[in-house]
Write a protein that binds this ligand. Structure first.
Ligand SMILES: Nc1ncnc2c1ncn2[C@@H]1O[C@H](COP(=O)(O)OP(=O)(O)OP(=O)(O)O)[C@@H](O)[C@H]1O
Length: 801
């Protein structure tokens, strides 16, 4: 079966991989192939194959079915337990257990439901695990077939036994008629739940024999689970604060739950008692509850917000540290906006998820459970009826809404068709008369009308059916003898439950959003830089006797973002200690790339760069930064003072102003700095915009000189500077070169003339090398052409475009 086959072979909008539809089927192995690569199949190993992007993401209906089944089991257990606890009136509950009788107690059905809950949840989880393991070929086919049938049998056995038990119980209790109304209703409920579970188990059979999952979806699910765990673990560091906040949350929720009860009491007292005494007492109690609630709420909000802020500031710090240590190539590939977004909005989403959203989740769950408990306490039967009726009305209304929407659209379309027939006929009445076609167009109009009428009939029928069902359901709720106060309390509790459910739904969206954000953030936090920025086990050597000697041997390089373009090809040359080596050549030839490789911004794909005798990739990065300095073509400064910019990378407390002034003087920067009002404390603005291009370069040279590097990498500016400025920069550069090993990407003739070695780079290869005099003497040499062109153009730049 091919991948395409998977895409098209679907029966209910799901891409199907039927790995076991017929276990004896010879094609079985073929059918598995899309998820497993050839290697995996041949070796029967557990190597996972990445799924193709072209595979349509399927729905996971079967997965949902298991979740629905689990939820039903849980609701069943909760409902039966509540009824048992609330509805028992004669003796104590312990008596009910000790003197248990089949026809007078419902303790048995509560026990069955709890056993069912535990067993089925275990088996369903095991089943899913084994199905997934089979897909990954972790377990063998034989064991999978065995496990699968075992689970089918267990599932069916459990659900059918429970159904049979519920029927027997109902027959017996109806025959003896010893149960009170509430307990009787619980036996009915048990029967209903057992029937649903039995049907659910039957529906699960296809799931057990056919796997409708794709690897991508599954790995997403696993990843989401992992992320959720990790997301929640973020809150661990603040567990004390969060625990106290949860205590306040429970307190404020309790006050909220109790309010409607007293509100109802006040109404009843006001309507029934003659004096206002009771009313006043209850009003005071309500006031006290409200005040306590308000205090608890404010503490809750404060503590959750505080812990959120603490979590997010630490998270931001970690993300920033992770970003900043990535290799330069990572930033070529990742947009700055994307990274700053991780720091700002993604962390904000996470902050909300681990604090506000968790607090809301707990609050609404407590609100739902608490309100339902009080409702049960106030009026059990009505609550039960409402619990069944309200979800049913919601479901039916949703279904009705979507049917009516479709029918209305169809009705409008049919009516529009009939309308256009009528309009066309009336506007062409003369033609109709001439041909005597009245009958014909009348029939045509009638045809169209009948179509819209047929849709209208369906609409009417659906509306009638809907109203009938809703009236029937509502009738079940009517006719209960309730006091006005009780009714008011009831309505308020209903509202609380409904609102809590509505908010829970919106919380789900927030959590999904947070999961997305956490995935991005954790990916970033987990990312290991390809080139370390601090020493690790692979690069920790600090060459002691480094004298500036650098050797490039057969270096080949392509940028990670443009892997199809070879930028450097077999580059081999050496820079001897104390030498000035100039790289020249046409723009885009690869000169700056060589400097970037020596700075280890990138690693070459092949070949080696040696510092002395030491390969660059074994050298401690910190040592490298201290011994190699790079002055860029367009140096960028930070938005701080000139002093801070010059001492960037140092502990500025260890550097005296004299040291700073010394390097500034060497870099021809001291004079212009002294002219500023704040001198060395002058702020340079973002990226140094408050300085001229020449001034920026001289500050950058001063910064490099302060480092006193053994190897200086210089990229001469190509941008035009005025003659005075250019002279000052040039002078600074020449001073910087004294007593140093220098690799200069030269654009000026004067620099090249003074170099010990000139290397001409074109299209990523060394095309010529020698001294200026050697190269100029070469007939038809590229270097000679570059120099001649520059002389004819009348400028000092030797770079051609
Ligand atoms: N970060 C990058 N990602 C992808 N390609 C790049 C990157 N930087 C440079 N390149 C490409 O690599 C090639 C060599 O660029 P490089 O900057 O080394 O040339 P150069 O000789 O220094 O040019 P110039 O004299 O104009 O500065 C060019 O084709 C350029 O487009």
């Amino acid at each position: 079966m091919s991948l395409n086959h998977i895409e098209t072979n679907n029966d209910d909008d799901v891409a199907i991989l039927d790995i076991t539809s017929d276990d004896n089927n010879n094609n079985d192995d073929d059918e598995e192939s899309p998820l497993l690569n050839d290697n995996t199949q041949q070796n029967n190993s557990i190597v996972l194959t990445p799924i193709s992007d072209t595979i349509r993401v399927p729905s996971i209906s079967r997965y949902r079915l298991t979740n629905i089944l689990r939820t039903i089991l849980f609701i069943e257990f909760l409902t039966l337990l509540t009824i048992w606890l609330v509805g028992y009136t004669t003796h104590s509950l312990i008596d009910d257990i000790i003197h248990y009788q089949f026809t007078t107690s419902i303790f048995d059905i509560v026990s069955v439901s709890v056993c069912k809950l535990i067993l089925l949840i275990i088996f369903l989880t095991e089943l899913e695990t084994s199905v997934i393991a089979r897909l990954y070929q972790v377990n063998s086919r034989q064991s999978f077939i065995f496990i699968r049938y075992l689970y089918i049998i267990i599932l069916l056995l459990l659900s059918s036994c429970s159904l049979a038990f519920s029927i027997i119980k109902l027959i017996f209790v109806l025959y003896k008629l010893k149960l009170n109304k509430l307990y009787l209703s619980s036996v009915y409920l048990f029967l209903i739940f057992s029937s649903i579970e039995f049907i659910g188990s039957l529906l699960m059979i296809p799931y057990l024999t056919r796997i409708k999952l794709l690897e991508q979806q599954r790995s997403n699910l696993t990843k989401k689970k992992v992320n959720l765990k990790r997301l929640i673990s973020l809150a661990k560091s603040e567990r004390l604060l969060i625990s106290i906040a949860i205590l306040f949350l429970l307190l404020s929720s309790a006050t909220q739950i109790i309010q409607p009860y007293f509100f109802g009491k006040i109404i009843d007292n006001a309507l029934t008692s003659d004096t206002m005494h009771l009313v006043n007492i209850n009003v005071l109690i309500l006031l006290g509850i409200n005040c306590a609630g308000a205090v608890a709420s404010s503490f809750r909000s404060w503590l959750f917000e505080l812990s959120g802020q603490r979590i997010v500031y630490r998270l931001r710090q970690n993300i920033f540290n992770s970003i900043i240590k990535q290799e330069v190539g990572f930033f070529d590939d990742t947009r700055t906006g994307e990274l700053t977004n991780r720091l700002s909005s993604d962390t904000q989403v996470l902050q909300n998820a681990v604090t506000v959203n968790i607090s809301m989740l707990v609050r609404f769950l407590v609100q739902i459970i608490g309100s339902l408990a009080v409702m049960f306490y106030l009026e059990v039967t009505l609550t039960l009826v409402l619990m069944v009726v309200v979800p049913m009305i919601i479901l039916i209304s949703k279904q009705y809404g979507s049917i009516v929407q479709k029918l209305r659209k169809k009705f409008q379309d049919e009516l529009a068709a009939a309308g256009s027939t009528a309009e066309e006929s009336i506007s062409n009445i003369r033609t109709v008369r001439i041909f005597g076609a009245e009958r014909k167009i009348s029939d045509h109009y009638l045809d169209n009308l009948l179509k819209s009428y047929a849709v209208g009939k369906k609409l009417a029928w659906n509306t009638g059916l809907f109203m009938g069902i809703v009236s029937l359901l509502v009738a079940g709720v009517h006719d209960r003898k309730l006091s006005t106060g009780l009714l008011a309390s009831f309505l308020m509790y209903m509202l609380q439950v409904a609102l809590a459910f509505a908010f829970l739904a919106s919380l789900f969206t927030d959590f999904m959003q947070a999961l997305g954000a956490s995935e991005r953030i954790f990916d970033l936090l987990d990312r290991q830089p390809k080139i370390p920025s601090t020493s690790d086990s692979t690069c920790c050597i600090k060459p002691i006797d480094f004298d500036g000697y650098v050797h490039l041997e057969n270096v080949c390089f392509t940028y990670p973002t443009r892997s199809d373009q070879q930028v450097l090809n077999n580059i081999t040359f050496e820079i001897k200690s104390g030498q000035k080596v100039a790289l020249v050549g046409p723009s885009g030839g690869g000169k700056s790339t060589i400097a970037s490789l020596i700075e280890r911004f990138y690693d070459p794909q092949s070949g080696t760069i040696y510092f002395g005798s030491q390969p660059l990739n074994t050298i401690d990065p910190q040592w490298l930064r201290e011994n190699v300095s790079f002055v860029n073509q367009e140096p960028s400064l930070f938005a701080c003072s000139i002093r801070d910019n010059i001492t960037f990378g140092f502990d500025k407390n260890n550097i005296s102003l004299d040291d700073i002034q010394l390097v500034a003087k060497q870099a021809n920067a001291h004079d212009f700095i002294e002219q500023f009002e704040n001198k060395y404390d002058t702020l340079v603005g973002e990226r140094g915009v408050r300085l001229s291009g020449g001034q920026r370069q001289r500050i950058a040279i001063a910064r490099a000189l302060l480092m006193s590097p053994k190897l200086l990498l210089l990229d001469e500016a190509t941008s035009a500077l005025d003659a005075e400025s250019e002279h000052l920069v040039q002078e600074a550069i020449e001073r910087a070169m004294i007593n140093r090993t220098v690799l200069v990407i030269a654009h000026r003739l004067s620099t090249v003339r003074n170099a010990d070695l000139v290397i001409v780079i074109d299209h990523g290869t060394i095309v010529e090398q020698g001294t200026h005099d050697d190269l100029i003497a070469k007939e038809d040499g590229i270097y000679k052409k570059l120099v001649l062109r520059q002389l004819m153009a009348g400028n000092s730049s030797i770079t051609t475009e």
